[in-house]
Design a protein. Structure first.
Length: 272
C-alpha cells in the first residue's frame, strides 16, 4: 500500500468546485471496512467541536486508519489544508424496509462564506446497491444557498445522482450540497459514517498545482448540469469563478468574462 500522501490535481479540484463533491470509489481496504461495520452499530462517541483529528480519533480506531490512508489524507489536505479540526461526526443508518426517505436538504446553510468552505467526508464501509437507496445528491447545487429543508418538497431534479458504490468508498462534499438519504428497500441495515472538517489555514493552492494551466480546468469550471436553466447556469459559473479565484489567489481568472464584466467599476478608477 502506498504511504506517500496523494494530493489532488488542479483538474480534480476544479471538478470539486463545479460539482460540489469528489468520489473515491473503493479506496478503503477491506480490513478497515470490516472493523467499521463491526463498530458502527454501537455508535461512535461524540467529539467536541474544534478537536484535531489526531486527538479525536485514537490510533486503535478504524477512523484513525481511514484518515491515514494516503488517498484520503491527500484529498482532504488538498481541499481543507493540513491540520483541520473536526466540526462534528455522526453515524447515519437507514433501516431495512423503512419505507421513507430523508427530505432533500442542505447542511448548515447559515454558513455563506464566499472564500472558505468545510468538507464533509462520507464513508460507506459496505457495498451500496440500488435497492439500498444510497445518498441522493444534486451535482452543482452547493453554491446555490437554500435554508435547510426549504427544498424538501422537491422530489426529483434532472441530473441528480443516487449513490451506488463498492465497499470502502469515500465521498468528499462541499458543506452546501443538496442531498438526502434514500429509503432502504432491502433486509439489511445501511450505514454511512460522516465527518465534517473545518479548515485552519487559508484554502489557497493546497493541492498539486503543476497542471493549473491545463485547459481541462476551465472546462470543468464551465460545466453545466441538467437541472440548470440556461440563464441560471451563468449564476453557478459566476459563483464558481469567485471560489476558484479565492482558491488560487488569481483575481484575473475568468470563464466567458462573467466576473470580469460584473466587477468593472469605471467610476472607481483614479483619473489622477
Amino acid at each position: 500500500m502506498p504511504t506517500t500522501k496523494q494530493l489532488l490535481t488542479s483538474v480534480q479540484v476544479a471538478r470539486f468546485v463545479a460539482q460540489g463533491f469528489l468520489r473515491l470509489d473503493g479506496v478503503v481496504p477491506q480490513e478497515i471496512n470490516d472493523r467499521a461495520v463491526a463498530s458502527l452499530p454501537a455508535g461512535i462517541p461524540e467529539v467536541p467541536y474544534g478537536t484535531p483529528p489526531a486527538k479525536a480519533f485514537p490510533q486503535d480506531t478504524f477512523i484513525h486508519d481511514l484518515l491515514s490512508l494516503p488517498v484520503v489524507s491527500g484529498a482532504l489536505e488538498s481541499l481543507v489544508g493540513p491540520g483541520p479540526t473536526v466540526d462534528h461526526h455522526a453515524v447515519h443508518v437507514r433501516e431495512p424496509h423503512e419505507g421513507v426517505a430523508q427530505a432533500l436538504h442542505g447542511d448548515a446553510i447559515i454558513d455563506v462564506r464566499p472564500d472558505a468552505f468545510d468538507v464533509q467526508l462520507m464513508y460507506y464501509p459496505h457495498e451500496v446497491t440500488p435497492d439500498m437507496g444510497g445518498t441522493l445528491s444534486v451535482p452543482g447545487s452547493h453554491l446555490r444557498r437554500v435554508n435547510e429543508t426549504d427544498i424538501g418538497r422537491v422530489q426529483n431534479l434532472r441530473g441528480q445522482t443516487r449513490l451506488t458504490c463498492p465497499a470502502g468508498t469515500v465521498v468528499l462534499v462541499h458543506h452546501g450540497i443538496w442531498h438526502g438519504g434514500r429509503r432502504n428497500d432491502t433486509g439489511r441495515r445501511r450505514f454511512m459514517y460522516k465527518i465534517r472538517f473545518n479548515p485552519t489555514v487559508p484554502q489557497v493552492r493546497l493541492w498539486d498545482t503543476s497542471d493549473l494551466d491545463d485547459p481541462e480546468v476551465t472546462a470543468e469550471l464551465n460545466r453545466s448540469f441538467p437541472w440548470y436553466e440556461h440563464a441560471t447556469a451563468r449564476l453557478e459559473i459566476y459563483n464558481r469563478v469567485l471560489l476558484w479565484r479565492a482558491l488560487t489567489g488569481d483575481d484575473s481568472f475568468d470563464v466567458e468574462y462573467w466576473v470580469t464584466r460584473v466587477s468593472n467599476r469605471p467610476a472607481l478608477r483614479s483619473h489622477a
